[in-house]
Design a protein around this ligand. Structure first.
Ligand code: XMP
Length: 327
């Protein structure tokens, strides 16, 4: 086990050469720690767990078992990318679980945001633990803990090591190879490991996923509309040079409809609300000024291409007073 205090003289990893040196060192450490045992990893497809997966695949290959739980609240194409990159390109030992129905059935009719979060978090642990119980000889659990997580847990801001909830006295030794790195360093290491740029540099995405952006009680049709509208926003931001510049951008869809007209007929639909913010620490946030021509283009695409959406609105509220997410 390595220490959880970053040495003062540790060089910030900013180049491919520094990343490769870190990777070589960690590969050796992981091999020493794990030996010929198996390691389990919950692979969400987020930056940290993806980089840890790639690092462990390099060190121990198929001794790493990655479990990707699709909770049905992923953005468009995300689970497919996990399967493509890890399952196919990296030949990982990947277990893919489509738990969409389990999650959406449990969430049906639940409108209260914190209750939704609890259900999603609880169900995730349950699905993951069920898979873990089926496996034999797993002694290690890998986690994408990064240095800010350690600092925040020391400050009491966040509970670190949030593995709590694995049942029946399941105990694992932890493997946390990027625990001394800052986010920017994790990204440099991820690129050096050959992960796709858009995976390594993607914007933060909350654990409960689209669940907290499909406002109120989630329905499948509204969730589908949200996912499609969000995909258009992301595509247009990427095409227009905003994807790498704006910290977080997404669509929220509330659970009410307004009257509209489409093809000469009354067309009731939900509004899609665009939110695009910049921040350094997510404690405060400012609004990105999206060019009006682009806003018109996005509005046109969403209202014409997405079934169920008949208006597009723009959220201009900084944080404070508005939180970044709507729920
Ligand atoms: P708020 O809405 O609190 O968001 O201004 C600040 C940052 O945290 C993310 N966020 C979450 N992340 N689980 C997460 O993993 C959550 O329940 C959650 N809620 C908000 C949000 O996307 C933003 O980056």
């Amino acid at each position: 086990m390595q220490t959880d205090v970053r040495p003062e003289n540790m060089v910030r990893i900013t180049t491919k050469e520094l990343a490769n040196a870190f990777i070589d060192e960690q590969v050796k450490l992981i091999q020493q720690q794990v030996g010929d045992k198996k390691v389990l990893l919950a692979l969400s497809g987020g930056v940290d767990s993806s980089v840890v997966a790639a690092l462990l695949i390099k060190a121990i290959g198929r001794q790493l078992i990655c479990v990707h739980v699709n909770h049905g609240l992923m953005r468009k194409g995300e689970s497919e990318q996990v399967i493509e990159v890890f399952g196919k390109q990296m030949d990982a030992n990947l277990i893919y679980i489509d738990a969409t129905d389990r999650f959406l059935d449990k969430l049906a009719g639940v409108a209260e945001p914190e209750k939704k979060r609890k259900i999603i978090g609880g169900e995730f642990i349950e699905v993951f633990a069920e898979e873990a119980e089926k496996l034999e000889g797993v002694e290690f659990l890998a986690q994408g803990t990064i240095y800010p997580d350690i600092l925040e847990s020391k400050d009491g801001v966040k509970a670190h090591h949030n593995v709590g909830g694995l049942p029946n006295g399941m105990t694992f030794q932890l493997v946390e190879p990027v625990m001394l790195l800052y986010k920017d360093e994790v990204r440099v290491v991820g690129e050096a490991l050959g992960l796709p740029h858009e995976m390594v540099y993607r914007q933060p995405f909350p654990g409960p996923g689209l669940g907290v952006r499909c406002l109120g009680a989630i329905t499948r049709d509204r969730l589908h509309a949200l996912r499609e509208a969000d995909a258009i926003l992301r595509e247009e931001f990427a095409k227009n040079g905003l994807a790498g510049k704006v910290w977080q951008y997404f669509i929220a869809v509330p659970d009410f409809k307004s009257v509209g007209v489409r093809d000469g007929k009354r067309y009731e639909g939900w509004p899609a609300i665009i939110r695009a913010v910049n921040t350094t620490d997510a404690m405060t946030a400012t609004i990105e000024e999206i060019p009006y021509a682009l806003l018109h283009h996005i509005t046109n695409r969403i209202t014409h291409e997405v079934e169920g959406i008949n208006r597009v609105c723009l959220d201009l509220t900084p944080k404070p007073i508005g939180t970044i997410e709507w729920e």
